[in-house]
Design a protein around this ligand. Structure first.
Ligand SMILES: [Fe+2]
Ligand SMILES: [Fe+2]
Length: 243
């Protein structure tokens, strides 16, 4: 089975559409979303409704989603992020809010598991270092584990001794799942690794590999929409730089 693995859509529907079109062109119709559907971007409703409509989706709650539905305090967010969460709250229909509020913090199948931040702190930990990965060791059972939150496409591979193997994942790079691995597919809606294209992954559970892809989308159109909504300028400008 091929799964489309993606995270941190953040209300960027133009980017999400491009990623879903990419998946359709590659015969992928099973999906895993590692959280942060809303926040930062101009179309949170369209993103929530599109994901709600996917028949085969495993999704977890991100910290921005949690704040949207009152499961996390807005004081943990900077003013621009908080602005976008309140904007999303005004946009979402009761059905879309209900969909987000029901998302679990962890999801597990026989083939993989997913969580937004980390297994030990699903909503808050930015899992970026080998030591953090090792500290999470006893908290997850099924490999691979898909995470989001940091917006960085990277992987960790457990070793029997010493520090785990970790690296950023380049576009089209294939990483085989031959043990206990975690993957972050990067961010669809607000990449922060200097590549402005939407990031997403494909996991082939039969051939046991994860592959990263980058997909072009119309950044200018999103920025125009954001300007029309008087969204904080920094949220729009950062899309041009991928940070
Ligand atoms: Fe995020
Ligand atoms: Fe997050």
């Amino acid at each position: 089975m091929k799964y489309g693995i993606f995270s941190d859509v953040h209300g960027n529907y133009t980017a999400l559409r491009a990623v879903l079109d990419f998946y359709q062109n590659n015969g992928v119709d099973n999906f895993v979303c590692c959280g942060d559907i809303v926040g930062y971007g101009p179309q949170p409703l369209e993103c929530a409704e599109t994901l709600r409509g996917l028949k085969k989706l495993v999704a977890v709650m991100g910290n921005h989603d949690a704040a949207l539905v009152g499961k996390m305090d807005l004081k943990w967010f900077n003013s621009n992020a908080a602005w976008a969460i309140e904007f999303a709250r005004e946009q979402l229909t009761p059905q879309a809010l209900d969909f987000i509020s029901r998302l679990p913090e962890k999801a597990e199948t026989s083939e993989f598991m997913t969580v937004h931040g980390s297994p030990r702190k699903p909503l808050t930990e930015y899992l970026l270092s080998e030591v953090q990965f090792m500290d999470n060791a006893g908290k997850w059972a099924v490999s691979p584990c898909f995470i989001g939150h940091s917006h960085m496409p990277l992987y960790f591979r457990e070793r029997e001794e010493g520090l785990p193997e970790t690296d950023f994942i380049k576009p089209l790079e294939k990483i085989f799942v031959d043990g206990r691995l975690m993957f972050n597919p990067g961010s669809v809606g607000q990449p922060r690794d200097g590549d402005t294209r939407a990031a997403c992954g494909i996991y082939d559970s039969e051939k046991k590999y994860f592959e990263l892809h980058r997909v072009f989308y119309d950044i200018g159109a999103v920025q125009k929409m954001m300007a029309g909504l008087n969204m904080p300028a920094i949220l729009s400008e950062r899309l041009s730089f991928g940070f």
